[in-house]
Design a protein around this ligand. Sequence first.
Ligand code: KG4
Length: 338
Amino acid sequence: MSVVILGIESSCDDTSAAVINDGLLLSNVIAGQKVHEAYGGVVPELASRAHQQNIVPVVSEALRQAGIDKNDLSAIAFTRGPGLLGSLLVGTSFAKGMALGLDIPLIDVNHLHGHVLSHFIKKSPEDSVPEFPFICLLISGGNSQIVLVRSPYDMEIIGKTIDDAAGEAFDKCAKVMGLPYPGGPHIDRLASEGNPKAFTFSRPHIPGFDYSFSGLKTSFLYTLRDALKEDPEFIEKNKADLAASLQATIIRILLDKLGKALTAYPVKHVAIGGGVSANSGVRAAVADFCRKRGVRAWIPERAFTTDNAAMVATAGYFKYLNHQFCDLSLPPYSRVTV
Ligand code: KG4
């Protein structure tokens, strides 16, 4: 009998549901939340409310697109954390209610494991996947980590940010430039027209494989503040060069530590994941870095870089095969616990 998993993702501001059948993706429906745009960031209360409005239609649509009746589901996998607690509660409670109603197992998924395992989302049996062990650079709005992935069940965080995440650096600097939220994609677009060497911003000097982006943010802010005193049009006149220089600095910081990690853990495959892995400059730089180091690069499809339930269903499928189910009493968690 085939294993059909419904995945549910609601950790931040995307409500998503996906169905996979024996590891193959049948549907992946995502409802974003435009309501936050006016506030320059995600407003947790509004996110929870929007999840409540979206969850039933999103799950129904995922089942419809997959051509799967809810009674054919083998298990329900949901994002348990980390994320916004109110948002997580919507997906968690919905998954519990549905699993209880259908009398099928429930599987809790760590959102970050989901991003790592997004490289195992298969649309056809021929799709290839990374070989274990591999290193995954996980870069999103809330996290920046270097993860050593020994198996779907054994992941070790060998480096992480000690302050801001890479996505926050993109978004906060974009905000200083007056760009809309989230700023990452706007910086990406502007950077393609700018000179990455036009400006120099500070880079951290911390030991090991850990990241820090708060110094860069301050350096960017001070550069703009000082220049605006001389010329109020400074940002407008230099926005492409500012974006390109900022992006180049972030890439340099990311690759510097990735290089150190690869020297310490000489694996043959390197993957990237999380929202920032959608960045054109990051994708090109990681591909180039891997080519020069003689390792295989795994760059995810853009649709699977940001929050999606296909990765949750895929991570859930691995846990299903390992009989790792969870209890209905399990609460969500907002912070990284593993
Ligand atoms: O993984 P993700 O969807 O969720 C959270 O961690 O919340 O990542 C969102 C982050 C945001 O900071 C956004 O600006 C960034 O990913 N992002 C990008 C790009 N697309 C999304 N950053 C740079 N370039 C992009 N093209």
